[in-house]
Design a protein around this ligand. Structure first.
Ligand SMILES: *Cc1c(COP(=O)(O)O)cnc(C)c1O
Length: 225
């Protein structure tokens, strides 16, 4: 069976964008965002060799990926503290660490379970009220608290730029905060702007609809709501 054209196209566009930016395509990870997608859309992408998937809800992800051998699963949606235990047990990467209470609960679970997912701090670069994430003026202190107070490693930063603005300045801001804090990972760029994000240094891009097609769902469950 041949790979789905939309998937092949996204993979090729990532490679071209990396090369155009003088970067190695292997340094940009495609996180295929499978949230709210039917299994019929996911299976062919899995068969084509995709191994990294993003989900925004703990329960939905656990149901869908009960068989997850050899896969890397990333939580990209907001995490409630009462789901932290399951999230630590299930996910390889949690990209939505954004407040001290959550950092504390995650640190407890890491201790208890003897297992630590790789962690990203979500930054609300647009300082939007409805969006999750620490605001930029508080990012350095929060990253410091994750490391110092809670003993958590911070692999990267994640952002979702405001829909109505050009994303470039938001990606540049995230890269700047990462650089001054010695954080290597940059999770930024979605279906509409992943090539721009790669130009600004994204090490992973979270692409859903461009890979799988439009989601059949309500907006309220997306983008940090
Ligand atoms: C849904 C979602 C994506 C993927 O969005 P597309 O526009 O479909 O590529 C990426 N990141 C987050 C945090 C999301 O919630």
């Amino acid at each position: 069976m041949s790979a789905p054209p939309a998937y092949t196209d996204v993979v090729a566009r990532i490679a071209r964008a990396a090369q155009a930016a003088g970067r190695d395509p292997a340094d940009v990870t495609l996180v295929a965002v499978s949230k709210q997608q039917p299994w019929e859309a996911i299976q062919p992408v899995l068969d084509a060799g995709q191994r990294v998937f993003g989900e925004n809800r703990v329960q939905e992800a656990m149901g869908r990926w009960s068989d997850r051998a050899g896969l890397e699963l990333r939580l990209i949606g907001p995490l409630q503290t009462n789901k932290a235990r399951e999230a630590v047990a299930f996910f390889d990467v949690i990209e939505s660490v954004d407040r001290e209470k959550l950092a504390r609960v995650l640190a407890d679970e890491v201790q208890k379970q003897g297992k630590s997912p790789r962690l990203y701090v979500q930054v609300n670069t647009g300082e939007e009220d409805q969006k999750a994430g620490v605001i930029p003026p508080e990012a350095d202190a929060f990253i410091g608290a994750c490391r110092g107070t809670y003993g958590l490693g911070v692999e990267g930063l994640m952002c979702i730029p405001p829909e109505a603005e050009p994303p470039g300045p938001h990606f540049a801001l995230l890269a700047k905060i990462a650089a001054r804090n010695g954080v290597a990972g940059l999770s930024m760029g979605m279906s509409g702007d992943f090539e721009t994000a790669i130009r600004f240094g994204a090490t992973s891009v979270r692409v859903g609809s461009a890979v799988f097609g439009a989601r059949t769902s309500l907006r309220t469950s997306e983008s940090g709501h």
